[in-house]
Design a protein around this ligand. Structure first.
Ligand SMILES: Nc1ncnc2c1ncn2[C@@H]1O[C@H](COP(=O)(O)OP(=O)(O)O)[C@@H](O)[C@H]1O
Ligand SMILES: O=P(O)(O)OC[C@H](O)CO
Length: 498
């Protein structure tokens, strides 16, 4: 039987990746490129949407070449993306009217404050599963329409389109013909009713967003359209999978059944637990989100979103110049036995779940004359694990379930020191998968299922392979002492910004 190849396009916050899998889910080729981040003002994070597209198509071509294939050899494309990040473009020219406003960006805090004053939190939570926070797309759309000259009138004339990054990439891959998204991405906009599976008229009115700019919403495993591009030799490849990167990672981790959970350590850190067909209403600061739509069924998840995880390691590298590469963080962290009372709270863009404190800002506490760069680096790594612990506590409280182990993936999960510390303070084993590119794998699975490369999720379950298990080794008393210090540090960082 001739092998089939699936191209996964993984457009993450820090980098774009293109990965080619075969039908046994082996990686055949990878191409990757970092994308520039723009910080126009404190707390604002933007990217150039045209650079996202040109980088992405460049590495798609590179991956196909590296694999020794041609575009015609690709049977299906799966898209997965940084979620919530908002692009608005002119449908006639394909030009964005403003930078992509990244999920981390805080420039819409005042719009959120108005919504909180109007006491809309409960309605929004019930309809969308989300909380009022600049994180989600709706206030970013409103900000662009309100602040970019003529944007609102052009949108009302039907000339502008909105998309999260999946939508933007599909639009470009199809030569500007297809304007769509999937349930999982739609569920991150703050405009999509996750119960009725429709754009919510009441919320559109509240945000003053014209319906005409919104994409059509389909299941996550579905033929959205076909490629139509000279760069891909005008081959008509079906684009048949799309999901937000955290949901795709959960699919790639084969968390197909209720109560299965995963944590992805990338720019941020996202712990998701499958809740099946149940729309779980969190009381502990977690989000309810659509995991995927597949075979006529919608699966939901409970999510804890941490805004800065690997981003804090990047900050040590790019702004503090304490390390040359992200992986150096393990080398320095190993130089000290522990962080000796130093805590780093990476609230660069506020804190996400379970705190939802937009005005929190970063802090390093507990410094003494003996503190060194190694302590700060170690404390930064540890902050990723503490934030995850806060999420897991909330999740266990919310669901009443006790996790037996946690599947992990993402760039920073390669760090053994971090993974061991994570197991220690969670008190549950951490299982790192062999393919840490589970995000891309999940989107390849969704794409492959739509075109019959795999028949169903049973075909995929057996493909999950363990790389390494990290078992808890720390005394409970020490864990409690460390966590108490962390919570004291978090308290100091809250509401810092006026
Ligand atoms: N060995 C490592 N130790 C700690 N952090 C790491 C390591 N390798 C990568 N990272 C961090 O992980 C992030 C990249 O992971 P990735 O999964 O590619 O993220 P994203 O999808 O958000 O772009 C970066 O923020 C980087 O700082
Ligand atoms: O790009 P990542 O992997 O940090 O993921 C970002 C999330 O999708 C934001 O919600």
């Amino acid at each position: 039987m001739q092998n089939k190849y699936i191209l996964a396009i993984d457009q993450g916050t820090t980098s774009s990746r293109a990965i080619i899998f075969d039908q046994q889910s082996n990686i055949i080729a990878i191409a990757q490129k970092e994308i520039p981040q723009i910080f126009p003002r404190p707390g604002w994070v933007e990217q150039d949407a045209e650079i996202i597209w040109s980088t992405q198509i460049g590495i798609v071509v590179e991956a196909i070449l590296k694999a020794g294939l041609t575009a015609e050899d690709i049977s299906a494309i799966g898209i997965t993306n940084q979620r919530e990040t908002t692009v608005i473009w002119d449908k006639n020219t394909g030009k964005p009217v403003y930078n992509a406003i990244v999920w981390q960006s805080r420039q819409t805090e005042s719009i959120c404050e108005e919504l909180r004053q109007k006491k809309l939190a409960d309605t929004i939570k019930h309809k969308t599963g989300l909380v009022i926070d600049p994180y989600f797309s709706a206030t970013k759309i409103k900000w662009i329409l309100d602040n970019i000259p003529h944007a609102r009138s052009r949108a009302e004339n039907g000339d502008l389109l909105f998309g999260t990054i999946d939508t933007w990439l599909i639009w470009n891959l199809t030569g500007g013909k297809v304007h769509v998204t999937d349930y999982s991405n739609a569920s991150r906009t703050l405009l999509y009713n996750i119960r009725t599976l429709a754009w919510d008229e009441e919320l559109l009115k509240e945000f003053n967003i014209p319906r005409s700019i919104l994409p059509k919403v389909y299941p996550s495993s579905h033929i959205y359209g076909y490629t139509s591009l000279p760069a891909l030799s005008n081959a008509k490849i079906p684009i048949s999978g799309a999901a937000g990167d955290q949901q795709a990672a959960m699919f790639g981790q084969a968390c197909f059944k209720p109560a299965m959970a995963k944590n992805t350590y990338g720019t941020g850190c996202f712990l998701l637990m499958n809740t099946g067909s149940e729309v779980y209403h969190s009381k502990c600061g977690l989000l309810t989100t659509i995991a995927w739509g597949l075979n006529g069924k919608v699966t939901y998840a409970l999510e804890g979103s941490v805004f800065s995880a690997g981003a804090a390691i990047q900050w040590l590298r790019d702004s503090m110049h304490l390390i040359d590469s992200a992986s150096d963080s393990a080398y320095f962290a190993k130089k000290v036995k522990n962080s000796e009372g130093v805590y780093m709270v990476p609230a660069f863009v506020g804190l996400g779940a379970p705190y939802w404190n937009s005005k929190a800002r970063g802090a390093i506490l507990g410094l003494t004359r003996g503190s060194t760069n190694a302590h700060i680096i170690r404390a930064t790594l540890e902050s990723i694990a503490y934030q995850t612990k806060d999420i897991l506590n909330a999740m266990e409280q919310d669901s009443g379930m006790k996790l037996k182990s946690l599947n992990v993936d993402g760039g920073a999960s390669a760090n053994d020191i971090l993974m061991q510390f994570q197991a220690d303070i969670l008190g549950v084993p951490i299982d790192r998968t062999k393919i840490i590119e589970t995000t891309a794998l999940g989107s390849a699975y969704l794409a492959g299922l739509a075109v019959g490369i795999w028949n169903n999720t049973d075909d995929l379950e057996s493909k999950w392979l363990l790389d390494r298990r990290f078992t808890p080794q720390m005394d409970q008393e020490i864990v409690e002492k460390y966590c108490a210090g962390w919570h004291k540090a978090v308290k100091r960082s809250l509401d810092w910004e006026d």
